[in-house]
Design a protein around this ligand. Structure first.
Ligand code: ATP
Ligand code: MG
Length: 421
C-alpha cells in the first residue's frame, strides 16, 4: 500500500476567513484514506500568481477557484491545467467565462423553468471602433423603449445582462423611470425583467456538488442580515423543487458550486431570478450562521473529488436534458425530477454519500470543536477588520461569532446535511 498525497490548491482573491478555516480543519482531520489499495493523504496550498510555462508539471490535483471570473492570468492557468494536466477544478472555467446571467435564463427557459419574462436591450452608448458606424447604420433598428416596456409590463427590473454584486440593478415602475434608467446605463448591456411581485418567500439555495442548503433571504436587510437564520420555512414539497432546480442548474452549466435565487410568486410558483453565481458568496460577514455549512460542504466535496480522482467533466453534454425537455408526456415537475436525477448521477451523489459516511464521519465533530476555538474567532475578526471601520470591529466580530456558536448548538452541526435523495 503506497502513501500518496493529493494536493489541493486554493486560488483566492479577497477571501480571508474561509481559507484559514479550510486549512485548519483539514489539518485537524489528519486524513489517511484508503482508496484502491493506496493510502491517500492531503495537503492544501494557496495558489500564487507568477509566470508559468504551458508544459510546467501540475502541482495540484484539485483547485478550488475563486478568481477566474475576473482575473484572467489565473483563468488561463486554470484552463491549461485542466487541458494539459487533468486537474479537477471547481468551477468549470469555460462555463464561468461564457454563461452570463442572460445565457442561464435562456438555458433554463428551454428546460421549462418559470423564469420571469426577460428582454435584452442594445446599449445606450458604445466605445467607438472602426466597425461600429457601419454596423449600427446597417443593422441597428431604431426601437421604442416605451413599447418594449409596455410589452414586458411593470414593475420590472433593469440589470446588466452579465451582472453580479447588485451593481446597476434598478426596480422600475413606469415608462419615465424606464427611460431614465436606460439613459444612465451608458455602455452597459442591460436586460429588463418582469418583477416577481408579490412574492412571499425569497430563497438562496446553495449547491456544492450534490449538497444543498436553502437559506431564507431578506433583500431589504443590511448586508449582515440578508441571509436569515430561519430554518423551518419550506415545506418538504417546496424544498424538493428548489433542490431539484439547483441541482439541475449546477449540473447543466458544469458548476460544482453556485447559488440559485428563487422567489415564490403568485400561485406558489417558484421563479428563479438569479442563478449565474458560480463564485458564490463565501464570506462569514454575510453567511455567518450558514458559514460552517458551506465550509464543511466545500471540504467534503473537495476531499472526495481529490481522493477518488473524480474526472473533470470536459464537456457539458446538454443532450439528455433536452431529450427530457422535449417530452410531451411529462409535466414540468416531472421533468424537473428527471433533470435532477441526471444531476445527482453526474455529481456521483451515491458514491459521495458512502465516501463521507465511511471516511469523513468525524468531520462534523472536528469542525464543531474548531468553531469554538480562538483560531476560528481570529479568522472571523480578520475578515471583519477588512470590511468594517475600526470602531465597529469588536461589535461585528462578536455578532458573527455568536451566530456561528448558534450553528454549533443547532442540530445541523451534529448531523450531516442531505446529499441527494
Ligand atoms: N425579476 C425580479 N423580481 C423581483 N426582484 C428582483 C428581480 N430581479 C432582481 N430582483 C431584486 O434585485 C436584486 C438584485 O438582482 P440580481 O440578484 O439579479 O442581481 P445581482 O447583481 O446578481 O445581485 P447579487 O450579486 O446580490 O446576487 C435581487 O436580490 C432582488 O431583490
Ligand atoms: Mg442576485
Amino acid at each position: 500500500m503506497a502513501t500518496l498525497t493529493r494536493r489541493i490548491g486554493l486560488s483566492l482573491g479577497a477571501d480571508i476567513c474561509w481559507p484559514i478555516c479550510y486549512e485548519e480543519i483539514l489539518e485537524r482531520l489528519d486524513l489517511s484514506i484508503p482508496v484502491d489499495g493506496d493510502c491517500i493523504q492531503f495537503e492544501v496550498e494557496r495558489v500564487t500568481i507568477e509566470p508559468f510555462a504551458l508544459l510546467d508539471p501540475p502541482r495540484y490535483d484539485l483547485v478550488i477557484d475563486r478568481l477566474t471570473h475576473w482575473y484572467h492570468p489565473s483563468r488561463e492557468w486554470i484552463k491549461k491545467s485542466i487541458l494539459l494536466d487533468d486537474v479537477y477544478v471547481f468551477n468549470n472555467p469555460w462555463s464561468v467565462q461564457s454563461m452570463e446571467k442572460l445565457t442561464t435564463y435562456g438555458g433554463m427557459l428551454r428546460l421549462g423553468f418559470p423564469i420571469p419574462e426577460t428582454w435584452l436591450i442594445p446599449p445606450k452608448e458604445y466605445e467607438s471602433s472602426p466597425d461600429l458606424k457601419p454596423t449600427l447604420e446597417r443593422y441597428a433598428r431604431l426601437f421604442d423603449l416605451e413599447d418594449v416596456g409596455e410589452r414586458l409590463g411593470y414593475p420590472m427590473y433593469m440589470k446588466p445582462y452579465d451582472g453580479g454584486g447588485w451593481t446597476g440593478v434598478s426596480r422600475i415602475e413606469n415608462p419615465a423611470a424606464l427611460q431614465a434608467a436606460y439613459e444612465q446605463s451608458g455602455r452597459h448591456v442591460m436586460h429588463i425583467q418582469r418583477a416577481v411581485e408579490p412574492f412571499d418567500l425569497y430563497v438562496r439555495t446553495v449547491g456544492l456538488g450534490p449538497q444543498i442548503r436553502h437559506v431564507l433571504y431578506d433583500p431589504s436587510g443590511p448586508l449582515h442580515d440578508r441571509y436569515t437564520m430561519e430554518t423551518d420555512f419550506l415545506s418538504p414539497t417546496d424544498a424538493a423543487v428548489l433542490e431539484d432546480m439547483t441541482l439541475t442548474i449546477n449540473s447543466f452549466f458544469g458548476w460544482d458550486f453556485n447559488s440559485c435565487e428563487t422567489l415564490r410568486g403568485e400561485k406558489g410558483t417558484w421563479r428563479p431570478i438569479d442563478f449565474a453565481n458560480p463564485c458564490p458568496d463565501s464570506q462569514v460577514t454575510s453567511l455567518h450562521f450558514h458559514f460552517p455549512w458551506l465550509l464543511l460542504a466545500k471540504l467534503k466535496w473537495s476531499i472526495f473529488c481529490a481522493a477518488v480522482e473524480r474526472p473533470f467533466r470536459r464537456n457539458l453534454n446538454w443532450t439528455p436534458f433536452y431529450a427530457i425537455a422535449d417530452r410531451d408526456d411529462l409535466s414540468f415537475r416531472e421533468k424537473l425530477s428527471e433533470y435532477a436525477a441526471i444531476a445527482l448521477k453526474r455529481f456521483d451523489a451515491e458514491h459521495f454519500e458512502e465516501f463521507c459516511a465511511t471516511h469523513l464521519s468525524h468531520l462534523d465533530e472536528v469542525a464543531r470543536e474548531f468553531f469554538g476555538s480562538d483560531v476560528a474567532k481570529d479568522a472571523v475578526r480578520k475578515k471583519v477588520e477588512a470590511l468594517y471601520p475600526d470602531h465597529e470591529v469588536e461589535e461585528f466580530t462578536e455578532l458573527f461569532w455568536e451566530r456561528i456558536q448558534r450553528w454549533r448548538d443547532s442540530p445541523a452541526a451534529s448531523r450531516r446535511e442531505k446529499a441527494g435523495p
